[in-house]
Design a protein around this ligand. Sequence first.
Ligand SMILES: NC(=O)c1ccc[n+]([C@@H]2O[C@H](COP(=O)([O-])OP(=O)(O)OC[C@H]3O[C@@H](n4cnc5c(N)ncnc54)[C@H](OP(=O)(O)O)[C@@H]3O)[C@@H](O)[C@H]2O)c1
Length: 323
Amino acid sequence: MTRSRAAVVRRFGGPEVLEITEVATPRPGPGQIAVRVRAIGVGFTDLMARSGDYLLQRRLPFTPGYELVGELDDGRLVAMSLPKMGAYRDHVVVPSWLPVPLPDGLDPVAAATIPLDYLTALSLLEKHARVETGDAVFIQGAGGGVGAALSRLGKLKGLKMYGTASSPDRLSTNGVRFIDYRSQDFETVLAEEEPDGVRAVFDHLGGAMVRKGYRALAPGGVLVSYAFSGRPGHMVADTVKGAIGVGLRGLLPGKRTALCMVPREVKSDHTWYRDSLRRLLDLAAEGAIHAEAGAVFPLAEAAEVHRALQHREITGKVVLTTE
Ligand SMILES: NC(=O)c1ccc[n+]([C@@H]2O[C@H](COP(=O)([O-])OP(=O)(O)OC[C@H]3O[C@@H](n4cnc5c(N)ncnc54)[C@H](OP(=O)(O)O)[C@@H]3O)[C@@H](O)[C@H]2O)c1
């Protein structure tokens, strides 16, 4: 039996619970394909799952990670967004519809920054908000992984964008009007700048932010929630409560609400998933969207990467490599 490495969480906790262990290399069954992992995208969701704060990953033990780039047995490079966590390892076995070929010229490490954040952004914009060129929108956390992907796709679509962040650094190049969440109230800024309201609000914080975002909408506008992560340590309960609240609010007349959960969408709509990821990888290969890792570390340093991200010592999208 051949052996390979996997990062495993056996109990929820701090970065130290993320252990690199030796495991049997998985073998594909019917309808599955083996992939040698080359690069893994790290998202905030991985940290939430590790600490037990993520509704979709409550079982132990598990391997974190939703996105990767790898190599098939015939040498072809592929990217994928997993419907269930498990990317932090040397080898994965996945359903054969999941891998999407990498276009020529796209660097595998850069490509690993694309799947989850950009599929989420595309789903938010096209499936849930259905925004049009020229629409004014508000992006909560526009400098984060999903927020930056939303901003870049929004710029390509010609949206008028407002976004919160702690610093303007990553917003102006994406054409987003900066609102400092530490010193400004976004509802007040939007009321001044867009007195008729915005067409769409994208929120990952939940609670009061959802209520304020909903009030900032124009008649016929839509609030799309894709996480409820405003209170670390309470995200499981907040997600359940928040999802119910967003659903109920959607029953009110005049405005819409929607919930986006990409791992579920990958699993339930293979055609949307494959077409969308192919399109995004092509955009990255053409340089139309900026695909670049903010930092690259070996898989063996996954726990240290989680620690540094938690303490905000690293910014930008982090990629782990198996070499
Ligand atoms: N629904 C889905 O399918 C899906 C997919 C991917 C991710 N997610 C979820 O989306 C969330 C974001 O993930 P991510 O990987 O993009 O995380 P991330 O890179 O850490 O980004 C989060 C952003 O939130 C901003 N932020 C923090 N406190 C804020 C506040 N009080 N007001 C406004 N913005 C604030 C931060 O801004 P600064 O850096 O400027 O402080 C940061 O840029 C997570 O909860 C994740 O689980 C959901």
